[in-house]
Design a protein around this ligand. Structure first.
Ligand code: GDD
Ligand code: MN
Length: 366
């Protein structure tokens, strides 16, 4: 038998075909005679990234690809790749050459040299590191996100947003059931999931400028970041989806009142007419917002699905409204005069009803 495998490199990719051969060559140079393998995790990129990896893999069995069909997500891609190796140490690195692969041997040496160490993190924010040619806007956003996560999750890392690190595979594997897998930030997910704080070391690197292709970081990614933070802190008390659904519901109430005021007070229509139009406006607004945010992972598309969804959502919410009013009236009779408590209980019941049924009938059918 040949010498045992030391290290696996996990490379999440989406549309990075041009980078594949360059990255493999750089890894080979950086890692020298280390026994390593590289696992690309590609979400079926339309540019043929997976095939580019297979082409190399045919000549070099250290290189393989997990091609995921019908799935997207950086964090889950990293998790699946890390679960797919037999190596005792596993590193995650971006596929676009922005992370400095030349520090991999130092990461490896740190973990192999100190059995008490769990993880080594590539950091842009320790002495010697840097963000390269980022514009001021991105530096500011990144700093804000970093501070937020340090506050909310209390991890001591200087660069918790880093996507470049090496960890003991066994430690990682023991944490997998606790990971949320939401969004972009797998390192943060790992650090926050650990009950016993992980022992880490940070090594500096300079984030390189992307030369080809484009970044996948956008507004949805930013939102997912906030969702992941929320989920980690409060998710067990109030599930993320229900929290989003309720927040959107509150905005819906504001819309309802605004439309009612406009129609009834300004345009002089009857109160009932104003109520009907206000309710419809709020339900329609809520439907669209829930479809793009709360249920973005099972989003309804095309006019047919949208129409179906809208109708079922309005039906569900109408029954929810009846339940809301009914429960409130019952409680009010029962505990005479407790108007505010009765009304709030009604609202809560209505919200849970709408949430539970719309997740089943509006967003659970396709
Ligand atoms: N499989 C898979 N699925 N890979 C993805 C996906 C996805 O949905 N989205 C992005 N990737 C891959 C990209 O192809 C790239 O190899 C890597 O993940 C990082 O994505 P970029 O789009 O290049 O991210 P970035 O440069 O804006 O963000 C980087 O900076 C952050 C620090 O602020 C990443 O390195 C992050 O990991 C890092 O935390
Ligand atoms: Mn990048």
């Amino acid at each position: 038998m040949s010498a045992p495998l030391q290290l696996a490199i996990i490379i999440p990719t989406f549309n990075e075909r041009a980078h594949v051969p360059l990255l493999v060559a750089r890894l080979a140079t950086a890692l020298g005679d280390t026994r390593w393998e590289a696992i690309f995790v590609d979400d079926n990129s339309p540019d043929g990234t997976a095939e580019a990896v297979r082409a190399i893999g045919r000549g070099d069995p250290r290189i393989r690809v997990i091609q995921r069909i019908g799935r997207r997500g950086l964090a889950t891609a990293c998790i699946e790749g890390m679960c797919a190796t037999a190596a005792p140490l596993v590193a995650v690195i971006d596929g676009d050459l922005q992370h400095d692969e030349t520090i991999l041997p130092a990461m490896l040496a740190a973990l192999e040299g100190d059995p008490a160490l769990d993880i080594v993190v590539g950091s842009r924010f320790v002495e010697g590191g840097g963000t390269g040619e980022w514009d001021r806007d991105r530096v500011a956003k990144s700093a804000l996100a970093t501070r937020l996560s340090q506050r909310v999750l209390r991890v001591g890392l200087s660069d918790p947003m880093s996507g470049f690190f090496m960890i003991r595979t066994e430690v990682f594997r023991s944490l997998v059931p606790q990971l949320s897998g939401i969004g972009f930030k797998i390192l943060l997910d790992i650090m926050a999931a650990a009950e016993r704080p992980l022992r880490f070391v940070e090594l500096p690197y300079v984030f390189r400028t992307r030369e080809l292709g484009e970044s996948k970081l956008d507004h949805v990614v930013a939102l997912e970041y906030l969702i992941a933070l929320y989920d980690r802190r409060f998710g067990r008390v109030v599930p993320v989806r229900f929290a989003m659904f309720s927040a959107i519901g509150i905005v819906g109430v504001v819309i309802h009142m605004a439309v009612l005021a406009l129609i009834h007070l300004k345009l002089g229509a009857a109160f009932l007419a104003g109520q009907v139009v206000g309710t419809l406006a709020a339900m329609t607004f809520n439907f669209f917002l829930n479809n793009t945010l709360t249920y973005r992972d099972r989003r309804l598309r095309g006019w047919r699905q949208m129409l179906d969804g809208w109708v079922s959502f309005c039906l569900v919410c109408s029954v929810g409204a009846v339940a809301n009013v009914g429960v409130a009236a019952f409680l009010y009779d029962f505990r005479y005069g407790a108007w505010a408590g009765s009304a709030l209980a009604g609202v809560l019941i209505g919200a849970v009803w709408n949430y539970a049924l719309s997740s089943r009938f509006t967003w659970g059918r396709y």
